[in-house]
Design a protein around this ligand. Structure first.
Ligand code: PMV
Length: 331
């Protein structure tokens, strides 16, 4: 290994959006490589983003990492440096880096901040290290930092092909951001950090007797979701999206020890979403590992959905996100 040659580009800035999964990833077949037990489908969230700058500097004796204006916690710094080690190894360099990352949304509260963070970091750091990765290899790299990050590399609605090894586990675009007018009306019920992170949660999935059933049925749900999206059939889409979210939360709540990410307001938002649908409004819910509820609707229904959800006591605010583009370089 050598130090980074002074003649190569050594800094880059990238932006990536988080994503919300319609068909969820929960549990790994290989924890170290983050090879999931089932495939998944998600949309990128346009109005939310992480911007990350990476500068390799031969003068540094350690990585210097700043997240949202403060030095990274030891755990976060370790995870970022581990990811940089993979990139350094791919590029054949040993140089340390200065990393500055900023989110425009709260971290660790059921909005997948690790997805946009590792997608932006993978693109910025691999570019700064002079690795010209194609979209598949970039998605594979992002996956190593946080599984769901592989789905934030392509734009629009992405499908993560589970695969069985590092080479064949990656996400690509299923349809682009203009294909369907889906919008996420995200009801924020808490801004605090989740008690158990997803990496730890994935390890517990296997302890639930329901996990096997969830995984065995996943190809059927993926197929239903693909068909519903292709034919823009919101009714069929609602059925499979809510079923998949409920299955994942059933696994979480029957793991040992069990995981509960909901709070009391979460349930009120779920009930309100079902009520909206009964009134003929296209709306369905899905929850990641956090208490905030992603209510998926159509562009034409945003106002109605927003107004309805805002009335729920305990809902702090609504964040509206149409389908977003893929990760991109901005500097
Ligand atoms: O990528 P991770 O390790 O943060 O896991 C994400 C897990 C869920 O957000 C709960 C589901 C998903 O598919 O995004």
């Amino acid at each position: 290994m050598t130090n980074h040659p002074n003649t190569s580009p050594s800094n880059a800035t990238a932006v990536a959006h988080p994503n919300i999964a319609f068909i969820k990833y929960w549990g790994n077949y290989d924890d170290r490589l983050r090879i999931p037990v089932n495939g998944s489908i998600s949309m990128n969230l346009a109005s939310l983003e992480t911007e990350t700058s990476v500068r390799f500097d031969p003068a540094l004796s350690a990585d210097r990492i700043e997240i949202n204006g403060a030095s990274a916690t030891p755990d976060a710094a370790r995870r970022v440096s581990d990811h940089l080690d993979i990139i350094r190894q791919m590029a054949g360099i040993q140089t340390h880096a200065e990393i500055t990352s900023r989110n425009n949304f709260p971290m660790g509260s059921g909005i997948a901040s690790s997805a946009s963070a590792f997608a932006a970091l993978s693109l910025a750091a691999s570019t700064a290290a002079d690795l010209a990765l194609n979209l598949k290899d970039l998605s594979r790299l992002a996956r190593r930092g946080s599984g769901s990050a592989c789905r934030s590399i392509p734009g629009g609605i992405a499908e993560w092909h589970a695969g069985t090894q590092d080479n064949d586990s990656y996400a690509d675009q299923f349809v682009d951001e203009g294909y369907w007018d889906l919008v996420d009306c995200l009801a924020i019920t808490s801004e605090s950090h989740k008690p158990v992170g997803s990496s730890e949660g994935h390890l517990l999935a296997i302890t639930s007797p329901l996990q096997r059933l969830r995984v065995t049925d996943a190809p059927r749900r993926i197929d239903c979701c693909r068909q519903a999206i292709l034919s823009r059939d919101f009714e069929a889409f609602s059925v499979v999206v809510e079923q998949d979210s409920n299955l994942m939360h059933s696994v979480m709540s029957t793991s040992q020890p069990n995981l509960t990410y909901w709070n009391e307001i979460t349930f009120d938002v779920l009930t309100a979403t079902v009520e909206l649908r009964r009134k003929g409004i296209e709306a369905c819910y899905t929850l990641d590992a956090g208490p905030n509820v992603h209510v998926i609707t159509l562009k034409s229904q945003i106002r109605t959905v927003e107004r309805y959800l805002k009335r729920i006591i305990g809902v702090l605010r609504i964040v509206v996100a149409p389908i977003g583009t893929g990760a991109r370089l901005v500097g």
